[in-house]
Design a protein around this ligand. Sequence first.
Ligand SMILES: [Zn+2]
Length: 160
Amino acid sequence: MFEAFRVYGFGFEYPKGCVISFGKKSLRRRGYIVMELAEELRITVSWGDLESKLPQHANTEVHAKHSLSRLNKASDLKELSLVDTSTVLVNGHQATLTHFRVRSAYPILAKSRNRETRSLHIHCAESNRFFILEASSRVDSASADGASAFRRLQETFVCH
Ligand SMILES: [Zn+2]
């Protein structure tokens, strides 16, 4: 079951039952939202000013690569393996889809050690914002269907 979420002129459908939290000081111009379904599934949507990103991130492909390399430098990361990357259409925009797996180094995080993440980088000139959509789920989890949550996110996302 999915239900509609809409705020600041963008929206999408998310799995019913998620706990939603806003990043502090999330404005129309920039911010983030986290949606969690227990430990199983985590959806993150972040956005920001497109113009200020454009000098270093001419397109979504470059932007996605930059996000991955930043993630690669995270201190708790043991291994990041790229599964696939492709170009998809989201709300009329050419968006970059990245699918990767992450293994964390700390045993204390055992619950979330092996995670599978799909992300979308979108540049929306109409609203002068970029969006990064991410759905992450445990690789070993039978109940969390990260793939279908992500597909729904991709299909229903509206940014302008
Ligand atoms: Zn748009």
